[in-house]
Design a protein. Structure first.
Length: 245
C-alpha cells in the first residue's frame, strides 16, 4: 500500500464507494443542508463522489468542494452535473479555496479521516476563517463506541454478496484515539484490500476544538431529522457558528 496519506482511502475505495455505502436518507440530509445554506455559496470538505453536493447543486445552490483523491473526483465528474462543480484537489484540512461561504460541511464521519488532533483542529480553524457572517460549520460523526473492540482488535463480517463477502479488520490505539482498518473483499476475482485510518473524537473534544477556532456549538442533533441528542445516541450532527466577540 505504501505510506498512508490524505488521498489513500479515496484512491482505493472510489471504485466501490457508491455501491457499498447506501441507505442514507439523502432527501432529508439535502433538505437540512439547504436550510442551513441560505443564499450560499457552500463548501463541502471531502466532497468525494458528490453524493450530497450534486443534489444540493440541483436546488440552485452554488457548491464548491475539496477532496484529496483524484479517483473520487473522477467519479463525481462522470455523474450528471459533475462537470459544473468547482472542486479543488487538496487536503481538505487546509480549506485551501478562495472566498467565503454561508455553509461549510463534512459528511459521513469524514472529519475523523483527519488522522491527528492537530489536523482536526487545523480544519476547524481554517473553516472558521472561511465562514461568511452568520455562516455555519456542520458535520455528522459517530459517537465513539470502544466496546466494539476486543483487546484492541475487531474482526467483523460486513456483507455477504452474490460473488463474495466483505470483512472489516481493525486495530484500536486508545492513546492516540486512532483506528487502523482494512476492509477486505473476498470474491471469485481474488482478494482486495481497502485501507482506512481514522482518528475519533468525543463530542466534548470537538466542541473544545470549535472554541479554540472561535466557534461555538449552536445545535447538536441525534440525526439529520433533528432528533434529540442523548446519552443513547450513536451519532450526532453538530452545527457551529462564530462565537460572539
Amino acid at each position: 500500500m505504501g505510506e498512508y496519506d490524505a488521498s489513500t482511502y479515496g484512491e482505493h475505495i472510489a471504485e466501490v464507494y457508491d455501491d457499498w455505502y447506501v441507505g442514507l436518507e439523502l432527501d432529508v440530509v439535502v433538505e437540512r443542508l439547504a436550510e442551513l445554506a441560505g443564499p450560499g455559496p457552500v463548501l463541502e470538505l471531502g466532497i468525494g463522489t458528490g453524493r450530497v453536493a450534486l443534489p444540493l447543486q440541483e436546488r440552485g445552490i452554488e457548491v464548491h468542494g475539496i477532496d484529496a483523491s483524484p479517483a473520487m473526483v473522477a467519479r463525481l465528474r462522470a455523474k450528471p452535473g459533475g462537470d459544473r462543480l468547482a472542486v479543488t484537489i487538496a487536503d481538505f484540512a487546509d480549506v485551501g479555496v478562495v472566498g467565503e461561504f454561508s455553509l461549510i460541511f463534512i459528511m459521513f464521519n469524514t472529519i475523523f479521516a483527519l488522522t491527528s488532533q492537530q489536523d482536526q483542529l487545523r480544519c476547524f480553524g481554517n473553516a472558521a476563517a472561511k465562514l461568511a457572517q452568520g455562516g455555519t460549520f456542520v458535520f455528522d460523526a459517530f459517537v465513539p463506541d470502544l466496546g466494539r473492540f476486543d483487546r484492541g482488535q475487531r474482526l467483523a463480517l460486513e456483507a455477504i454478496e452474490s460473488d463474495g463477502l466483505r470483512v472489516e479488520a481493525s486495530r484500536h490505539d486508545p492513546v492516540h484515539q486512532r483506528v487502523v482498518t482494512r476492509h477486505v473483499l473476498v470474491s471469485e476475482q481474488g482478494i482486495r484490500f481497502y485501507p482506512l485510518v481514522t482518528r475519533y473524537a468525543w463530542p466534548s473534544e470537538l466542541d473544545l476544538m470549535g472554541r479554540l477556532a472561535g466557534l461555538r456549538l449552536r445545535e447538536r442533533w441525534g440525526g439529520w431529522r433533528r432528533e434529540p441528542f442523548t446519552a443513547a445516541s450513536t451519532s450526532h450532527v453538530s452545527v457551529y457558528e462564530r462565537a460572539a466577540d
